[in-house]
Design a binder for this molecule. Sequence first.
Ligand SMILES: [Zn+2]
Length: 376
Amino acid sequence: MAQVVKRAYKYRFYPTPGQADVLARTFGCVRLVYNKALEDRTRAYRVEGRRVSYGESSAALTAWKRTQELAFLNEVSSVPLQQALRHLQAGFVNFFTKRAGFPTFKSRKKSRLSAEYTRSAFRWRDGTLTLAKMDGPLDIVWSRPLPEGAEPSTVTVSKDAAGRWFVSILVEEKITPLAPAENVVGVDARITSLLTLSRPIDGVTDAHGTVANPRHEPAERRRLARAQRALARKGKGSANRVKARRRVARVYARITDRRRDFLHKVTTRLVRENQVIAVEDLTIRTMVKNRTLARAISDASWRELRSMLEYKARWYGREVVVVDRWFPFSKLCSACGTLAESMPLSVREWVCACGAVHDRDVNAARNILAAGLAER
Ligand SMILES: [Zn+2]
């Protein structure tokens, strides 16, 4: 049975100087409104022990717009400002239900520059997108088509630390689950390579079952480390520091973009070809402190990989099982169940007393699969 899912399509775009100006001001107003409303809510909560509703925040916004010093809020579309209040409301709901910490202020330097437009604040016609208070349609690079007949419901414009502009278009899409698959697979997260599977998949892994990191990545990482060292040498507040920071952001953005494409390819194949996908809960493993750059990148991609697996599995009628207890999976013989005594990281291949010859990671992936299947 087909289901309707909301799906975001993200593209780069190149604003005209006029559009860039309106957007920069919109980002500033979004941050200001968010922070002001947060301040009010924080005071109400901490001082009066009272919860502020979305309606109250919205009424406050209307009042701010009438004052002389905040009249400039009227110059940008009101929808992104309202959306900022909605996000803040969601943040407080999460806080009150203990799903998240107390909402924090958006800082000028570190917060994400973005503005969200709902249906009433943009026009979508003949494949062109025009935002409210803008002189013309956005010049979008359509790197892949929107689904046929798609009607955007929300449009989010953002600018990253590398200075690139993006528009993310949310559409409703009909997705038909795939026919059941016979295979099942276990996934072992790695640091040096990306991951290892319990069995090789053609075109995704090598002959053993290992998925290597995207090519070019070691060189990019070296470039990133170099850019970070250069940034550390620049004096605080200097113009060169701004440039150096942007250089770091650009290299990092390149790495994460390429990774994301790669993760999409891998997860699509895994979900297409397997009915059950067993993964390890990595929050357990990250207790082992390892603050290297490689580790940070690999943790980030592992989180992203897992979330991709989970939503794609939901779309296509597959099952992701998370093995959430710690176990020395690489030391357990997946053939006979004997636990090997010690297994230094340098051991890549070992022979069990039962005669089974194991690739360390493939063996771990097989054990994760078995544990996942047992947990269902
Ligand atoms: Zn054995």
